[in-house]
Design a protein around this ligand. Sequence first.
Ligand SMILES: O=C(Nc1cccc(-c2n[nH]c3ccc(-c4nc[nH]n4)cc23)c1)c1ccco1
Length: 360
Amino acid sequence: GSRQNEGFHTVEVGETAFTVLERYQNLRQVGTGAQGVVAAAYDTQLKQNVAIKKLSRPFQNVTHAKRAYRELRLMSLVNHKNIIRLMNVFTSQKTLEDFQDVYMVMELMEANLSQVVNLELDHERLSYLLYQLLCGVRHLHAAGIIHRDLKPSNIAVKSDCSLKILDFGLARTANQGFLMTPYVVTRYYRSPEVILGMSYSGTVDIWSIGCIFGEMVRGQVLFPGSDHIDQWNKIIETLGSPTPEFVNRLQPAVSNYVRTRPHYRGMSFSRLFPDGCFPTESGGSRALAAQARDLLQKMLELDPNKRINIDDALRHPYTNIWYEPSEVEAPPPLQYDNSLDERELTVEQWREELWREVIN
Ligand SMILES: O=C(Nc1cccc(-c2n[nH]c3ccc(-c4nc[nH]n4)cc23)c1)c1ccco1
């Protein structure tokens, strides 16, 4: 029979075949994402558990290819404790012609945040998770990377309450919603400026963090919109209509639409996040609830120009108890050249780009 690739072995993980280096043993599925299947494994060389993500035919279309290329380049560029680290990347195929799959080996976490948002977290854990998320995003922004698609499913945690961001979101030119796979694009955490197609800056990620933080407090999604229109309606019904000054900054067609909406006053934040939905452990909890509510209000500001920025959020009383200059001001990685993942290449050209990234 054909000589099995030396140094590789093939195992079934769920319905997916993983052909991985011999050093990775005892594979078991821990998750699936829009890009592929993730397995936990034991690395017999490093003598530690790892996560292995299989990207099946990442060049199958431009969306997958851009995302895979961006992720490979960014993960090897970025080095921060709150961003998942790429430990190895390989393919079992020997030539470009045979090139099919990419395997990314990363640190193993224990759960993703969507499995944690409905737990009753005390203020200590809540503020620590929020602080780490802000640190990780600050590091991305320092490298010129705006994530734009932060949500609980692409953030992972461990029982020691450590948190890591799992991916790098959308390339600026990625199409906003149509995917070839059956996976639904979750828009619940997308900021008003992304929904309304405005120019955007790093504060889009602050909005998403506010939505995630709010969901951990409330135990349910803040703005569960079924599409962009519904998403916008849910946001203004809850937070109130935008100011005329904000609406005037929109593109004409969009501002005309936004003006047709009924006028909403919005709910007060003490009604949105009453004391009852905060942990009530002994001592100081009313003061902590007030601090958490204050920070939420500043993150869930409709107008990006008025929204709190990352540095102020890290210095807010609710999070700055964790402030460690070494974690917050970690030296920024080399600036990421966004233009590389925004080239309009053909599937075949992306395949070659990915092949080069994997074999070097
Ligand atoms: O469920 C377990 N772990 C778990 C749960 C959720 C995420 C990860 C995870 N760790 N590292 C990663 C890197 C990337 C991804 C990724 N998911 C989509 N895209 N990328 C996910 C991970 C791990 C578990 C049970 C027993 C031991 O671990």
